[in-house]
Structure formats: structure tokens, C-alpha cells
Design a protein around this ligand. Structure first.
Ligand SMILES: [Zn+2]
Length: 398
């Protein structure tokens, strides 16, 4: 195992992010979105993996979307999945979200395929993890019509930028409490309402109206996670067996500075299992391993591998003893990525993350660029992922 994980090449990780950095959004840059899909697929082919492009359409656009898959072994047997997403928000180059995860997934695929390895493993990069087309196009059209953004998706006035930021941060804070989504949006609206222009008011009212039917649990596959939700639904239709899922998402931002780490409310780092975490100084240099009720064993295995002598990756294990429904209600921040559709179906899945906006000031901004990333950190995450896959395979083969 140690020989295998030593093959992880930090320079290759860097080159992947360099190749795919840039806005990958179905409205703003559909070409870059498709180029990235092709890049991932051709890398899988280079490593000798079998590939598949799962195509689908969604409400709100005529575009065809695709999840990109590369796999090895016998696909009729239970598979281990290593996943990432390749789309970005409409104005972020997404070096960390989720270029870092794609790089780790590709490098894990290369290393594992170079070994004479008998595991059944599927690597998937999902599309449309970010805001779904049914909302993205409508929001954009409305904002353009009202003149509050320009063609480059910049707010046309400082007032609007300030007010919308305030509104969105109230939404984020509100979602951390266990209220229905529509109430959270309405409450956030009340916070800023008196200071808004008529256009700003109309825009927010439009967003609330179009989201009024969305609940915390039904947000999966609608507000976002569209590609992974589709993949899981199709997998259930053919009764596909999944051994476990390692979902990599924003894994590249690490810092030694004090007071850089925040956590979602209700999560106290001092209560959670950890390794080399400086919780009291709030230093953001660890990986977060997030498991639900069904993925406790998987989480334990991943954490064990973080402590491997050649890896030594600090971790915080958010070992949540609840199922999807309860997590959606109480810890909404933890269902924000592609592991959620799996959790929803009681399939063991982990979210592996640097905690995104709870650590990085660049998350979902134009500043999410390659120069901010710590590739030695990404290397360790890749190694822990490979080690976990190898051990899981042994369990699979019983
Ligand atoms: Zn994101």
C-alpha cells in the first residue's frame, strides 16, 4: 500500500487544475464546461479505464448535460465510487471548487490503474452540482431585465452589491437553523427590505416566489446536486450495488494561520474525533471527514488512513449519528454536495472537504484561483483516498 500511495505526483495534481481552471457554467461558458468534461474523459482513457458519458436534459434549458465516468473491474459487482463535480458557479474559476477534487480523483484513477489491481471502482465527475438550471436561467433573466446586473454578471451598482450580499448572508445564517427554506428567504428579505430599491425588491421577491415549493429535502436535485441526483436515481432503477462513496469537494485550501477556521453551528470541534487539529487556536489546516449514520465505518477507515506514517494528514471527523432527513433539518451545511443524493438513499457516502466557506475567503468568488491552493495538502488527501479505496476493495472481495 505505501508503495502505491507514494506514486501520487504533486506536479500532476497541479497540471490538472491548471488545465481546467476557469468558469464552467452552462449559461456563462458552456464551452468550457464541455471542454472540461472531455478533458476528464480523455484522462480516464489515457489510464486505460473504461469510460461512460451519462447524458440528460433538465427543465429550464435545452442543453444536454453529462456526468463523466471512468471505471475499472467488474461493473456487475458492488463498486466503490470516488466522486467530484466539474461545474462551477457563474463567476468563479473554481480552482478549489472543485478543480482540486477533480485533480485528486484523476490522480487516484491513474495510480490505481497503474497497479495490478482487482478492485471494482468507478470515478465520476458530476455536472450541475451548483445552482440548477431551472433557477439559474430565471434568476439571471430577471436580474438583467431589472438592470441590476450587466452581461458580465456584475452588479450595476454598489448599493445592489451590498444589499444582495447582506441578503444572501442572512439566508446562509438562517438555513443553519431548522426552519423551512421559504421562511428563511422571507426572513432574510425582511432584514434588508427597508433599504432596497424597487428593482432590488422585485428581484428578491421573484427568487422567493420561484423557490416557494422547495423544501430542505427536496432541494437536493433541484436547487443544486442535479447531476448526482440524476445518477443515483438511474443507479437505483437498475438496482446497482454500491459499496461506498468517497465524495471529494473543495479539498485544496489549508492555512497555518490562527483564527481561520469556522464551523457550522451545532458543531463543536472539541466534541468530534480528530487528529493533529488545533481546535482552540482555530487553525484551518485539516481535512474534514463527514459521515452520516450509514457511513460511520467508512469514515473510520478514511480517518485511520489519514494517520498512515507516509500521509499524516490532520483530520476532523464530523461523525453525525443521523440519517439524511435529520441532517437536512439540523445541519443543512452538511448536505450541500454530491454525497447527499446517496445519503438520501441510505448508501454509505463520505464528504471529504477543507470546509469551503467555513475556512476559505475565496469560496464561490472570482478569487478561487490556483495560486491559493496547497498542493501538498491535496496530495495527502489523494493518498488517504487511495489507501481507503484499496482497503475497501479487500472488504468487498471478502
Ligand atoms: Zn460550489
Amino acid at each position: 500500500m505505501n508503495n502505491t500511495i507514494q506514486k501520487v505526483d504533486v506536479e500532476r495534481l497541479y497540471q490538472h487544475v491548471l488545465s481546467i481552471e476557469g468558469v464552467k457554467h452552462h449559461i456563462v461558458d458552456p464551452q468550457k464546461l464541455n471542454e472540461t468534461a472531455n478533458y476528464i474523459s480523455s484522462e480516464f482513457k489515457k489510464y486505460g479505464l473504461k469510460t461512460n458519458q451519462q447524458t440528460f436534459k433538465v427543465e429550464g434549458t435545452d442543453m444536454v448535460f453529462k456526468n463523466i465516468e471512468g471505471y475499472m473491474g467488474d461493473d456487475s459487482k458492488p463498486e466503490i465510487l470516488v466522486t467530484s463535480h466539474y461545474d462551477t458557479g457563474d463567476d468563479s474559476p473554481g480552482a478549489n471548487d472543485s478543480g482540486s477534487a477533480i485533480a485528486a480523483m484523476l490522480e487516484a484513477a491513474r495510480v490505481l490503474s497503474s497497479e495490478n489491481f482487482s478492485g471494482n471502482i468507478r470515478f465520476i465527475s458530476f455536472t450541475l452540482e451548483e445552482l440548477g438550471p431551472a433557477f439559474a436561467q430565471g434568476d439571471r433573466n430577471k436580474a438583467l431585465e431589472l438592470g441590476i446586473i450587466d452581461e458580465n454578471h456584475r452588479y450595476t451598482s454598489y448599493h445592489t452589491q451590498k444589499m444582495l450580499k447582506k441578503f444572501y448572508s442572512s439566508v446562509t445564517l438562517g438555513l443553519a437553523k431548522s426552519k423551512p427554506i421559504v421562511d428563511v428567504w422571507q426572513k432574510a428579505f425582511e432584514v434588508v427590505k427597508d433599504n432596497l430599491t424597487d428593482s432590488e425588491k422585485e428581484f428578491i421577491a421573484y427568487m422567493i416566489k420561484t423557490r416557494s415549493h422547495i423544501t430542505r429535502t427536496s432541494s437536493v436535485g433541484k436547487l443544486g446536486l442535479v447531476g448526482s441526483d440524476y445518477w443515483v436515481k438511474k443507479a437505483l432503477e437498475v438496482d446497482k450495488k454500491i459499496k461506498g462513496v468517497i465524495n471529494l469537494v473543495t479539498i485544496g485550501y489549508s492555512t497555518k494561520r490562527k483564527n481561520t477556521q469556522f464551523l457550522p453551528p451545532l458543531m463543536n470541534p472539541l466534541w468530534l474525533p480528530s487528529y493533529k487539529v488545533k481546535a482552540r487556536k482555530r487553525i484551518g489546516d485539516f481535512i474534514a471527514v463527514v459521515s452520516d449514520k450509514n457511513s460511520k465505518e467508512l469514515g473510520k477507515l478514511f480517518c485511520k488512513n489519514c494517520k498512515n506514517e507516509t500521509i499524516k494528514l490532520p483530520y476532523l471527523w464530523a461523525r453525525i449519528p443521523f440519517n439524511f432527513e435529520k441532517i437536512a433539518k439540523w445541519l443543512y451545511d452538511l448536505i450541500r454536495s454530491d454525497h447527499s443524493p446517496f445519503w438520501k438513499e441510505n448508501i454509505p457516502a463520505l464528504m471529504i472537504t477543507d470546509t469551503a466557506n467555513f475556512r476559505s475567503p475565496y469560496h464561490h468568488t472570482k478569487a478561487d484561483t490556483i495560486d491559493k491552493l496547497d498542493f501538498d495538502f491535496i496530495k495527502k488527501v489523494t493518498q488517504a483516498t487511495i489507501a481507503t479505496v484499496i482497503e475497501l476493495t479487500k472488504i468487498t472481495n471478502g
